[in-house]
Ligand binder design. Sequence first.
Ligand SMILES: Cc1cc2nc3c(=O)[nH]c(=O)nc-3n(C[C@H](O)[C@H](O)[C@H](O)COP(=O)(O)O)c2cc1C
Length: 336
Amino acid sequence: MKTQITELFGIEHPIIQGGMHMVGYAEMAAAVSNAGGLGIITGLTQGTPEKLAREIARCREMTDKPFGVNLTFLPAVTPPDYPGLVEVIVKSGVKAVETAGNNPQKWLPALKEAGIKVIHKCTSVRHSLKAESIGCDAVSVDGFECGGHPGEDDVGNWVLLPRAAEELKIPFVASGGCATGSQLVAALALGAEGMNMGTRFMATVEAPVHENVKQAILAANELDTRLIMRPLRNTERVLTNAGVERLLEKERTLGDKITFADIAPEVAGVYPAIMKDGKMDAGGWSCGMVVGLIHDVPTVAELIERIMSEADAIIRSRLDRFASSGSPATASVSRA
Ligand SMILES: Cc1cc2nc3c(=O)[nH]c(=O)nc-3n(C[C@H](O)[C@H](O)[C@H](O)COP(=O)(O)O)c2cc1C
């Protein structure tokens, strides 16, 4: 399937694996890229520019297909070494960067000069337009359903994607809640040029996370995610567990007086315990409503092949039935 996104990134299928903290290692990114999508290494997960350089080199050993790096800009007491990370990306020859979290304008000149295509992930039409105006090549439009940070506007993809299509000139992909070929077709119909997936890729053979994480995803349904940190205006969609319910109880009790320090035990530094040690009650970890659509742990290649063949079948047979082949009268006769 050729779309503006496959052309932009030189990939076979219009499917991107969004950056995921402590999931987006070389194994994950290479598996997605080898299957014809765009795999993404999560920059901040690596810790230092040197470690990111090593991870990029490791990924190169595992695939000769294009892959990218995610740069998430977050408020932090001690900011990561962004200049060092950008320098490593530029020198590495990587040709795709996914930015997220904040306006990437400061870093665009260096990235663009190196011929890197930048896709900015954001959760609103106004931020998408901003990304377009500063020179991003594409946008990942992340709806309210998404795992991770859906922003504070709470607009689902059913409205957000056609709104983005009304306004944007640069290509965009649907992000948040995506897992199936039917959703890819729907996203294309709503104006997107592909889709970005996070949670779905965690439940694959190659995802480098503890087996308990994959089993938790299989056991969950679409009602099992929670929004945390809303009072701090840093909303995150996570899978519920004992730690998350404890955190939500604090939010209810402390109300407006809550500070980050109050909930730090349930969110700060909990990812290693969850992703590496499989301690599923340790606290909040990003997870989307799409868990309701995840029922197996295929290889990444099986997953992407399934999505693409389902999309193809829907376009060729199901949608074809609805294409008008004449006057409305003819259409109603053929339905009868
Ligand atoms: C475990 C996990 C960690 C994530 N970490 C990041 C991150 O560090 N940076 C980022 O930009 N997005 C992050 N995301 C968001 C994903 O890149 C993607 O936008 C999101 O998962 C899409 O929604 P979905 O999970 O419904 O597919 C994360 C998502 C998950 C599930």
